[in-house]
Design a protein around this ligand. Structure first.
Ligand code: HEC
Length: 126
């Protein structure tokens, strides 16, 4: 399947190691469809994951990650409980993306992946 190939993060191990668990999990498993800035591609059916707080229930988010929904694949068998928990914390802006993330780019909002750490090209057409 084409999307499996695009799930490969375009970051090397050192760069990934700089990220928090939630951000790393996001980069590895989610950017292919939801983009590194989490804006997705709503016009193509890939929803934005920005500002989830107040918009989506945590239980719903966890459930979608673990069981999938429509075109969204299930990740329950690939991710540990810790990874899912960290991922949800990252999505809700409760976990910093990386220690010292602002060393090159200035400020980084919690929950954002610092640009210098991700060279992921972004959205793919499937
Ligand atoms: C292969 C593409 C793909 C990947 C990879 C993917 N998603 Fe999704 N995701 C989707 C699609 C498509 C939807 C919309 C599902 C629907 O229409 O019901 C979605 C929906 C969601 C939703 C619900 C959003 C809403 O507004 O209801 C969440 C939360 C979500 N994804 C999180 C994630 C996380 C976290 C990851 C990484 C573990 C991830 N997704 C990986 C395609 C993907």
């Amino acid at each position: 399947m084409a999307w499996l190939i695009s799930l490969e993060p375009a970051m090397d191990d050192d760069e990934l190691a700089d990220l928090s668990l939630g951000a790393r999990t996001y980069v590895q498993y989610c950017t292919a469809c939801h983009r590194s800035d989490r804006s997705g591609s709503p016009e193509s059916g890939y929803p934005s994951l920005r500002n989830l707080d107040g918009r989506l229930d945590r239980d719903v988010v966890e459930n979608v990650i673990e069981n999938g929904r429509n075109m969204m694949p299930a990740f329950g068998s690939q991710l540990s409980e810790d990874e899912v928990e960290a991922l949800v914390a990252f999505l809700y802006g409760e976990e910093e993306a990386a220690e010292g993330a602002d060393r090159e780019t200035g400020e980084t909002q919690p929950g954002e992946i610092p640009k210098f750490l991700t060279k992921f090209p972004g959205i793919h057409d499937f």
